[in-house]
Design a protein around this ligand. Structure first.
Ligand code: ZN
Length: 210
């Protein structure tokens, strides 16, 4: 069956409620309290109704919008680390592979439920939300900060952040800014005849002016 026609029914069993395993034999537990099974569209709709009948929180979505079990492995295989490190696309920090998280630029949570996210995915990614083009290396902190948002700002940062040339440019601009500040300081010192040593000591400016 084409991946586009496979649907996943996902159900959550609230804590304290029993999971009726014999009624949902074809479901397997993907995380504590969450169970999933794959069907064609019509059967999926039927199973969804049944899950709801038993009072579980349930939803169905196309498989291409759901998290795959292998996306991290596929990502690391396609993009091995450079000199043993990855670079967070959002902040530029270098990360060890074991500390690296693989971020879905358009998040799985949004893909499952939002029509807008699904449209973006269909337009850009042949293989759905787990397409290699939707995956970026990311540090834990940025991943937490991003959460399940995918505003244009994050998407642009993801696009440029994965280019090494972008970070070389950023470092170059930072260096230029630093040099400009240094030059301004030297100019300032010369203009007001402040000894340079005094300029760079904290709190040294005020007495120097008088
Ligand atoms: Zn980061």
């Amino acid at each position: 069956m084409d991946d586009r026609e496979i649907y996943i029914v996902e159900l959550h069993v609230p804590s304290g409620r029993k999971f009726r395993r014999w009624r949902f034999r074809d479901f397997s537990e993907t995380s504590p309290g969450t169970y999933q099974a794959e069907y064609g569209k019509r059967k999926a709709a039927k199973r969804l109704r049944k899950a709801e009948k038993y009072g579980y929180r349930a939803r169905m979505y196309r498989k291409r919008y759901g998290r795959s079990g292998t996306y991290r492995y596929r990502f690391m295989k396609a993009y091995p680390p450079e000199n043993g490190k990855y670079r967070c696309v959002y902040c530029g920090k270098k990360i060890r592979p074991d500390k690296m998280t693989v971020d879905h630029v358009i998040p799985v949570d949004a893909a499952k439920t939002s029509k807008k996210a699904q449209r973006l995915i269909d337009r850009r990614y042949e293989n759905g939300v787990n397409d290699l083009d939707n995956l970026v290396p990311c540090c834990y902190r940025c991943n937490q900060k991003k959460g399940s948002t995918y505003s244009r700002r994050w998407r642009i940062r993801a696009r440029y952040g994965r280019k090494a040339g972008f970070w070389r440019f950023v470092h170059f601009v930072r260096l230029l800014l630093f040099l400009a500040l240094l030059l301004a300081a030297v100019f300032f010192a010369h203009r007001f005849q402040v000894p340079l040593r005094q300029l760079f000591l904290p709190g040294a400016l005020c007495p120097a002016v008088f």
